[in-house]
Design a protein around this ligand. Structure first.
Ligand SMILES: [Zn+2]
Length: 79
């Protein structure tokens, strides 16, 4: 019996908002993305993850990916 298995990447958006993008050097909309790879069997995705989920922030202006900490960056705030 032939068993075909593999891995499929899934990216879902957990949140959206606005952050200060250091690449654009301006306020830009962002998407808080969670990327997870799942084990597939006969090309059907199973709920079994093959690795730990990766969370990142994607700037919708330039498309660059940033660490979640980028959301706390505020150049106008006095600290
Ligand atoms: Zn940007």
């Amino acid at each position: 019996m032939l068993i075909i298995f593999g891995e499929k990447e899934s990216v879902r958006t957990r949140d959206r908002g606005e952050f200060f993008c250091r690449s654009c050097n301006a306020w830009r909309p962002y998407a808080y993305q969670i990327r997870q790879c799942y084990f597939t069997l006969f090309f059907v995705r199973t709920p079994i993850p093959t690795s730990a989920a990766t969370e990142y922030v994607q700037c919708l202006g330039c498309g660059n990916h940033f660490d979640i900490a980028a959301l706390r960056y505020n150049p106008g705030a006095q600290r």
